[in-house]
Design a protein around this ligand. Structure first.
Ligand code: FAD
Ligand code: FES
Length: 362
């Protein structure tokens, strides 16, 4: 059966099939017959939506289970996917979500867990309006924020809010693989009611198995993250391989505590805020004719502040939806620190901050 399926898949992915289906591509025809048939694209059907957190007056959090098409190649714990939806018949809008379930193989079901951003397009749609049966578009899994093949004997996870998703996928994978080493897991939430995966983490905390779970609520008096607290919990923590993901203030505190240690890996859901104290020069948005004094923020944020509405997807340099041509000037990549001064250069404006005067085709 799988030999037949593989052979059919090869034919559907062939150049002959592509030329016969031109200009729409094989996947457009397969999708019309059955949305779960695909030759190369990845799509998924929502098969379950479960509220994780529902506190009155706060954005709800939900876990969505996806059944992908057989083209899904699986993921490594910690990776994310680009997910596209057509909200109210508008053009497809894409955002990035981390897979929260353990490592998956080709065709396996998996989950994403997301907070409904009150001003957001995609997260609110998925949490508040999408239904079981809704189809979504996916990329293959991406990202380097993963565990190494040889898992160290002691690892430390630190997360805050919805930043729990990649480390939860890692924790679940390690539990499934019956990892024998020691795991220390610190998670920061506003209150016990805001705790994502509360019941499962409580169960893990009680059952032990070498996993130290610390669910912390500094607003209710628990210790905030600090070098002294980390040292008390995990002596010599700066040398313990650590994966951290969460809101900017938490990640800033983690980075300050690790003081440049190579044992620390961090994942951002948003680019780190750019210091705008020393920004100089002016920005010219050449197509619209708008201008602005350079605030030092990313070009996407500065364009939005000037009233423009450039296309964007991930706002993190992953999806290339925001690519625009920089006519002149120097920009710095806010994730890597690299600068570039080439004229007529295509840049991702969501992660590019101008240094001095800059002209961009927006
Ligand atoms: C690697 C990665 C992994 C992620 N994993 C998760 C996850 O597991 N769970 C999760 O909940 N989230 C995750 N995210 C965040 C997620 O991708 C989305 O950013 C988030 O859900 C908001 O998307 P949205 O479409 O609802 O909001 P958007 O429509 O993108 O709006 C978000 C914000 O953008 C700003 N904005 C948008 N349009 C404008 C405008 N015209 N002018 C000014 N400002 C504007 C506003 O501040 C708004 O609040 C991840 C992000 C990355 C990069
Ligand atoms: S919005 Fe995705 S790369 Fe800029």
């Amino acid at each position: 059966m799988s030999i037949v399926a593989n052979a059919t898949g090869r034919v559907l992915r062939s150049r002959l099939a592509a030329s016969l289906a031109s200009p729409h591509g094989v996947d457009r025809y397969l999708e019309l017959v059955n949305p779960m048939w695909a030759a190369s694209e990845v799509r998924a059907r929502i098969v379950d939506i479960r509220r994780e957190v529902d506190v009155a007056g706060h954005p709800p959090v939900a876990t969505i289970t996806l059944q992908p098409t057989s083209t899904w190649q699986g993921h490594r714990a910690g990776q994310h996917v680009q997910l596209g939806v057509e909200v109210d018949g508008a053009r497809r809008t894409t955002r990035v979500f981390t897979v929260s379930s353990p490592d998956s193989k080709a065709g396996d079901r998996f989950t994403i867990t997301l907070r409904a951003n009150p001003d957001g397009v995609v997260s609110r749609y998925l949490v508040e309006r999408a239904k079981v049966g809704t189809m979504v578009h996916l990329s293959q899994a991406q990202g380097e924020f993963v565990l190494p093949d040889h898992v160290p004997d002691h690892i430390l996870f630190i997360s805050g809010g919805s930043g729990i998703t990649p480390v939860m996928s890692m924790l679940r994978s390690l539990q499934r693989r019956t990892h024998r080493g020691r795991i220390t897991f610190l998670h920061y939430a506003q209150s016990p009611d805001h705790q994502i995966f509360a019941a499962e983490l409580e169960e893990t905390r009680r059952s032990g198995y070498g996993i130290d779970v610390h669910l912390l609520h500094p607003e209710l008096g628990d210790p905030a993250l600090s070098p002294a607290y980390l040292e008390r919990l995990v002596p010599g923590y700066r040398d313990v391989p650590t994966w951290a993901c969460g809101p900017a203030p938490l990640i800033n505190a983690v980075q300050a505590s690790y003081d440049g240690s190579e044992a620390l890996r961090v994942e951002y859901f948003k680019p780190p805020a750019v210091s705008n104290g020393s920004a100089e020069g002016d920005i010219a948005f050449t197509r619209s004719g708008a201008t602005a004094a350079n605030s030092g923020a990313t070009l996407l944020e500065q364009a939005e502040a000037a009233g423009l509405t450039p296309a964007f997807g991930c706002r993190m340099g992953i999806c290339f939806s925001c690519t625009a041509t920089k006519k002149e000037g120097t920009v710095r990549n806010v994730l890597t620190g690299e600068t570039s001064s080439l004229p007529d250069e295509d840049i991702r404006i969501c992660v590019s901050s101008p240094e001095g005067d800059c002209a961009v085709d927006l």
